[in-house]
Design a protein around this ligand. Sequence first.
Ligand SMILES: Cc1cc2nc3c(=O)[nH]c(=O)nc-3n(C[C@H](O)[C@H](O)[C@H](O)COP(=O)(O)OP(=O)(O)OC[C@H]3O[C@@H](n4cnc5c(N)ncnc54)[C@H](O)[C@@H]3O)c2cc1C
Length: 384
Amino acid sequence: MVDYYQIFENLPEEEKIAWETARRFVDDEIIPIIAEYFENYKFPIHLVKEMGELGLLGVNLPEEYGCPGLNNMAYGLVMMELERGDSGIRSFASVQSSLVMYPIFTFGSEEQKKKYLPKLAIGEMIGCFGLTEPDFGSDAGSIKTTAVDDGNHYILNGTKMWITNGSIADVAVVWAKLNGEIKGFIVEKGTPGFTTTEIKHKMSLRASVTSELHFEDCRIPKDNILPKTSGLKSALICLNQARYSIAWGSLGSAIASYEAALNYAKERIQFGKPIASFQLVQKKLVWMLTEITKAQLILAQLAKLKDAGKVKHTQISMAKMNNVSMALEIARVARDIHGANGITLDYVPIRHLLNMEAVNTYEGTYDIQTLIIGRDITGFQAFR
Ligand SMILES: Cc1cc2nc3c(=O)[nH]c(=O)nc-3n(C[C@H](O)[C@H](O)[C@H](O)COP(=O)(O)OP(=O)(O)OC[C@H]3O[C@@H](n4cnc5c(N)ncnc54)[C@H](O)[C@@H]3O)c2cc1C
């Protein structure tokens, strides 16, 4: 593991075990197969239960509901390892943990928590999170999906777009306007009026299922509202959790690209010497390691702040913005160091580069995170 500043030495046993478990899972189960899954547009769904059994889902949620009950450092390290494998795997785990389990835990009733969380934790159920719509991405407050009170039911109408895990999910956390206010609802697979369509032709996150969700007079029981949700801020609180996991995940992606570039540079001979012996190549490698180290320092402090209950959402935004952008650039430079070989899936950087394009966009683009931080430091909002 790349740790130039010895930031992750002397971790408590619990964090070390979670990290090593995720690392072994990625080395044994993900890395050997992922290029083929990426190329063939498949998500390795057969690994979901194993992820659950290993405690890689809902890492920072309490044992009381069948979850591992670990801290945010452990959660981050697990996400870092999963994305060292592939962004599609980390996206699956982030959505399941931060965007499905977390909202049910935070905004759900006791019955909802008991019903869904233990099954989601062991991978017996898969979840998705539907906020984005065809016409509203960054401007999530303007979503058009509606929920109408109909006595014992709510009736949902609308379309959600770009939904990770959509077509494979047993349960969807869906955001819709009830009397003009955004609320969260739980919609189970098979509910009449709820259908999904998988989005094809993606050149990024190919080893991940991305779907549209359609709701046409979809009647769900009244008990399926997440009772403690109130307005867009509830959805944004969930996105914050997801951004935290993305900030860690993108570090894993950057490490994968850097390690590949370093190894390749030491072995590739040009002009009679390993290309790693040329100053320009060394400059690129040193730049990568420096950026990775800066990202690690940000994350180690962010985890501490989060565990102490002191973290600001703007600090999470900065980590997401910086680390994803860093991983994207590192993947590009690593691809360059691989020369022509770098455009094939035989080497990891191109896959990470393509994945990072989507990761840079989702859960709030680079520019949106910039505006969030800009508002914080200036007091002026520049969104509209
Ligand atoms: C693979 C993938 C998986 C996803 N998974 C999910 C999911 O599980 N659930 C879910 O709900 N959504 C999901 N999304 C959607 C994602 O969160 C949105 O794509 C994202 O919020 C951006 O929205 P948009 O694509 O509509 O872009 P837009 O909002 O249309 O933005 C386009 C461009 O305009 C810029 N822009 C927008 N507004 C401003 C402004 N005020 N000032 C300056 N620049 C601005 C943006 O930064 C961006 O560069 C996923 C997306 C992808 C690609």
